[in-house]
Design a protein around this ligand. Structure first.
Ligand SMILES: C[S@@+](CC[C@H](N)C(=O)[O-])C[C@H]1O[C@@H](n2cnc3c(N)ncnc32)[C@H](O)[C@@H]1O
Length: 205
């Protein structure tokens, strides 16, 4: 699994690499643009003003929301990613920090209309995902939504099928979402499969 230095090195090529995997329709990024567009449309439709992006990377999604007038807050641990995203969103409040150790303190003093995490939370173990999402729920304004887009599946069997089909490409270090295993803790969570490997998990408050 990549650490902050690994993401620093990947930062300048990131958009291109993701685009190639998405265009090929292959794991891990098949459906990437579709699912990000879907979140973009839902956030705007809900007239969300304040948006928190966890692991925003180069800011592909939040920079578009920023251009549409959203107030963007975010956390990432890669200095390079922050640099690239900040260039696109000069007034966004972007903090450096490892989310496996929690959110940067200033982010916990705000409430948000939308909280987004795209292709980032698979860096958390399943045990850490639950309290992390609980904490995000506490930071939502009433009527707000959490959108988690990632490599994600309805059941463990679907994950195993994708893993078998992906062969050596499959990254065993990443811990992907399995909806069946989360919904007991979050009965209101919704899941939509957006491609062979992309899933959208959403929660409303
Ligand atoms: C695959 S990229 C996704 C970027 C963006 N959200 C997107 O959809 O294109 C994962 C991002 O999460 C960040 N990240 C991964 N693990 C992290 C951690 N433990 N703490 C903070 N940021 C992390 C990386 O630096 C990177 O920018």
């Amino acid at each position: 699994m990549l650490n902050d230095k690994g993401f620093d090195l990947w930062a300048y090529d990131y958009d291109k690499c993701v685009g190639i995997s998405d265009d090929d329709g292959t794991y891990p990024f098949a459906g990437y643009k579709t699912v990000l567009n879907e979140i973009f449309n839902r956030v705007l439709r809900a007239s969300a003003k304040t948006v928190l992006d966890i692991g925003f990377g180069t800011g592909v999604l939040t920079a578009k929301l920023y251009d549409y007038g959203c107030i963007v807050w975010g956390q990432d641990f890669s200095g390079r990613m922050i640099e690239l995203a900040q260039r696109k969103m000069p007034n966004a409040k972007l903090f450096r920090g490892d989310f496996s150790k929690g959110l940067a303190e200033p982010l916990t003093h705000q409430k948000y209309d939308a909280i987004i995490a795209t292709y980032s939370l698979h860096h958390l173990t399943d045990a850490k995902k639950l309290p992390f999402i609980e904490n995000l729920l506490s930071l939502l304004n009433t009527g707000g939504s959490i959108y988690i887009a990632d490599v994600a599946f309805d059941t463990r069997a679907s994950l195993e099928k994708c893993k078998a089909e992906s062969g050596d490409e499959w990254d065993d270090d990443e811990m992907y979402f399995v909806y069946d295993e989360l919904k007991e803790s979050f009965p209101n969570m919704k899941f939509e499969q957006m491609s062979c490997c992309a899933g959208l998990l959403s929660l409303q408050k």
